[in-house]
Design a binder for this molecule. Structure first.
Ligand SMILES: O=C(O)CCC(=O)C(=O)O
Ligand SMILES: [Fe+2]
Length: 296
C-alpha cells in the first residue's frame, strides 16, 4: 500500500515543530500512527524545509534546538547576530566613548533607531573626507559578483577602507561595541550623497542566494547580517529611510542612525527598505554593513 502525504499531515508536522517537539519525536509519532518510515522521514524533511520561508524568527526561537539547528544549517543562517541590548528598556546605551540614545525599536523587522550616535563634528568630518572621492554609486551585482551602476540608486557614493580616517575609526569602534560585533566583520563605511530627486528604491541588503554571483561574494566574509545607516546631515524634506513591509519611515536627523538586522537572506525578515526621494535640500548618509565573519 502506498501512502501519500496529505495537507493535514503537513500542517500537523509544522504544528508539532512549532510547539517545540523535536523531529525525532514527531517522526516517532508518525511511525506509531502507521506511517511507513521512508514516507514519514521524507514528509518531515520536505515539510520543514518548505515551511522555512514563512517561519518568523519568533516562531523559530521557540522551536526545539534540533529544529533550529537543522533550519539554520539548511539556510546558511547565522545563530549569533549583531544585537543591541535593550533589556531593561534603557534610554541611553554606553557605546564606549559615547552615550547613544534609543529612540524607537521594532522586533519584526528588527529595527533600532538611535540618536546621538555621531557628533555634528564627526558628521561634518566624514562628509568632507568623502567629498573628493564621490562617484555615481555602484552596487554589488549578485548576477555577476562584480560592481555595476544601478538605476534604482541615484545617489553618489564612495567607500572608506576600515579605519581610513580618525573619525571613521572611532565610529567603527563605537558601532562594534554597540552591537557586540567585531570591527573585522564590518565592510568599510560607505558614504552616499543624494541630491533633490535622488533616491534608493526599496531593496534588501543581503545577497540573494538564488543569484549566480552570490557564492563568489560570500567567500569574503559570508552574508551581510545587519546594516547601520547613519545620517550625516538633514534634508529639508524627504529622504527618510522606509521599510515598506511595515509602513515605517525613519527621519534623517543628523547624528541619528537606523540599525536593522536579518538572520537569514530572506524576505521573511521584512528588511525591505529604501531611501525615499529627497524633495528639498540634500542628504548624506554613511552605511555600515556587517558580515557573518571577518571581511578581510
Ligand atoms: O539612504 C538611505 O536611507 C538608505 C541607504 C541604504 O539602504 C543602503 O545604503 O543600503
Ligand atoms: Fe540598503
Amino acid at each position: 500500500m502506498s501512502q501519500t502525504v496529505t495537507p493535514e499531515l503537513r500542517r500537523w508536522i509544522i504544528e508539532q515543530a512549532s510547539a517545540g517537539f523535536s523531529p525525532e519525536s514527531v517522526l516517532k509519532a508518525m511511525l506509531d500512527a502507521g506511517w511507513q518510515q521512508p514516507v514519514a522521514e521524507q514528509a518531515l524533511e520536505r515539510t520543514l524545509l518548505e515551511h522555512l520561508g514563512s517561519v518568523t524568527p519568533q516562531q523559530l526561537a521557540q522551536a526545539a534546538p534540533e529544529v533550529r539547528e537543522a533550519v539554520n544549517a539548511a539556510l546558511g543562517v547565522s545563530a549569533q547576530m549583531p544585537h543591541i541590548d535593550l533589556s531593561g528598556s534603557p534610554r541611553r546605551i554606553d557605546a564606549g566613548d559615547r552615550w547613544v540614545d534609543v529612540i524607537t525599536h521594532l522586533n519584526h523587522p528588527r529595527v533600532v533607531v538611535l540618536g546621538n550616535l555621531l557628533s555634528p563634528e564627526e558628521c561634518d568630518a566624514i562628509i568632507e573626507s568623502a567629498k573628493p572621492r564621490m562617484a555615481r554609486s555602484l552596487t554589488v551585482q549578485t548576477t555577476t559578483g562584480g560592481e555595476e551602476m544601478n538605476p534604482d540608486r541615484t545617489s553618489n557614493g564612495m567607500f572608506f577602507a576600515r579605519g581610513q580616517t580618525p573619525e571613521v575609526s572611532a565610529v567603527e569602534a563605537r558601532i562594534a561595541r554597540l552591537v557586540g560585533w567585531p570591527v573585522e566583520n564590518g565592510e568599510g563605511v560607505q558614504v552616499l550623497h543624494y541630491r533633490p530627486g535622488a533616491e534608493y528604491k526599496p531593496h534588501y541588503d543581503y545577497f540573494d542566494p538564488a543569484e549566480p554571483g552570490t557564492p563568489t561574494i560570500l567567500k569574503r566574509g559570508g552574508q551581510r547580517v545587519a546594516t547601520l545607516v547613519m545620517y550625516l546631515n538633514e534634508p529639508t524634506r524627504g529622504g527618510g529611510t522606509t521599510f515598506p513591509d511595515v509602513g515605517l519611515e525613519v527621519a534623517p536627523v543628523r547624528g541619528h542612525a537606523v540599525f536593522f538586522s536579518y538572520d537569514r537572506p530572506h524576505p521573511s525578515t521584512r528588511t525591505l527598505h529604501g531611501g525615499a526621494p529627497v524633495l528639498e535640500g540634500e542628504k548624506w548618509v554613511a552605511t555600515k554593513w556587517l558580515r557573518e565573519r571577518e571581511f578581510a
